[in-house]
Design a protein around this ligand. Structure first.
Ligand code: G3I
Length: 374
């Protein structure tokens, strides 16, 4: 039994939803494979994945096909970071980024910019004075402004929204002592958002961080950032919880509470880098081969873990659906398991598609949850 794309367009056809809920497991798989997530998410949601250069350049054709079919938004895994675009003071390198933006535009997708201001993947020259000490406030602000106005200005009207500031918080909710903060002061965040708004007044602007769902103190810090921007009259459209999660964390209740808390600021909520890490936290030492204990799924995922992953993704999407009007975007951090940053010398299985780009039970579960929504 196969259900065509039109049955899923817009709101879900009741017959299709009924067919899925009554289907035997084999039928569920067949049905699920014919579904595109972008056609079954609530109206107004963006759903997407971070893509790498092999994908935006079109070399990884299987992933390109999958992304084109399933998603209506893309994020750049690394291509739009400071060090990728602006390696030296007077040198910008836009070629690969231009192709990333064109990839999304050609497919009518909402193209996301990630990110403008971060403590990582930023070249030293940005923060350094000639003597190697930290540059002074005016110098650093001028560099920030040049970077933001050049990059955001180049893609004006073509990038839907920007992660303006990424990961500015410590786990206790205080501001991270990044070189940006040390050089400019606490208002570096407000300055970055102002520069971005000046460069493209129509672009959406986001604050993006991790562990906002699991650490209430950190979430309180994000809420302070949002409130501060709003009090200053500076545009911010949404806060992104990255969503680098584990099977037991956050719990559905924690996620529900986190979305409600963030949304209470008045801005929308996005899950911007969703994946579920299945490996033990103790990673092998750098350069060392992983021990079997630290790499338990090197030869594949046992069925019970596969099912647990499916249940967790299903529970996550069930919570997200209860907040459908609070959420504007859900983005997976990678297309399929083999692409994920979470492998790092081991074999992880954090996404909805496996290494052969086959949909996993987790994909089927997400489809079922999305199709059963009232
Ligand atoms: O560019 C070099 C390449 O020349 C070299 O051959 C290769 C060999 O290892 O390394 C390449 O650089 C790597 C880069 O990804 C591109 O693949 C870096 O070593 C590696 O550290 C870098 O990791 C990225 C990481 O950000 C850096 O912090 C991950 O791909 C990317 O998924 C990850 O994304 C971040 C988000 O931006 C922010 N939130 C957390 C998320 C996960 O860490």
């Amino acid at each position: 039994m196969k259900i065509g794309r039109r049955a899923f367009a817009g709101s879900i056809c009741a017959a299709a939803a009924g067919a899925l809920s009554n289907a035997l497991p084999g039928d569920v798989r067949a049905l699920a494979q014919s579904v595109a997530l972008k056609e079954i998410v609530p109206a107004g949601w963006l759903i997407g994945a971070a893509i790498n250069q092999n994908q935006s350049d079109g070399r990884d054709t299987a992933a390109v096909e999958l992304v084109t079919r399933q998603f209506n938004t893309i994020s750049p895994e690394n291509l739009l970071k400071f060090q990728s675009l602006h390696p030296e003071p007077d040198r910008f390198t836009f070629d690969a980024a231009d192709r990333y933006v064109a990839f999304g535009a050609e497919r009518g997708m909402a193209v996301i910019g990630h990110n403008l201001v971060w403590h990582s993947q930023t070249p030293r020259w940005v923060w350094d004075a000639p003597d190697g000490a930290l540059a002074d406030r005016d110098t650093m602000l001028a560099r920030m402004r040049t970077h933001i106005s050049t990059v955001v200005g180049r893609y004006k009207g073509r990038i839907h929204g920007w992660d303006v500031v990424n990961e500015a918080l410590n786990e206790d909710g205080t501001l991270r002592d990044s070189p940006w903060r040390k050089g400019i002061g606490d208002d570096y965040i407000a300055q970055a958002f102002s520069f971005a708004h000046d460069a493209d007044p129509n672009a959406e602007l986001y604050y993006n961080d991790y562990n906002l769902a699991t650490r209430p103190a950190k979430r309180a810090g994000a809420i302070r950032i949002v409130n501060d921007l709003r009090q200053r009259g500076i545009r911010i459209d949404a806060v992104g919880e990255q969503g680098h999660w584990r099977l037991d964390s956050p719990s559905p209740a924690e996620l529900d509470q986190a979305i409600a808390g963030l949304r209470a600021t008045g801005v929308k909520v996005m899950i911007t880098e969703l994946d579920v890490n299945l490996l033990p936290t103790a990673a092998p030492a750098r350069g060392q081969p992983p021990s079997p204990e630290s790499n338990p799924y090197a030869n594949g995922l046992p069925d019970d873990v596969q099912q647990a992953l499916a249940r967790y993704y299903g529970a996550v999407f069930a919570v997200l659906l209860t907040h459908r009007d609070d959420i504007t975007r859900v983005t997976f951090w990678g297309v399929s398991d083999g692409d994920s940053w979470l492998n790092r010398g081991r074999v992880n299985h954090p996404l909805l598609w496996d290494r052969q780009r086959r949909p996993k039970p987790a994909f089927e579960e997400v489809v079922k949850v999305l199709m059963r929504r009232p």
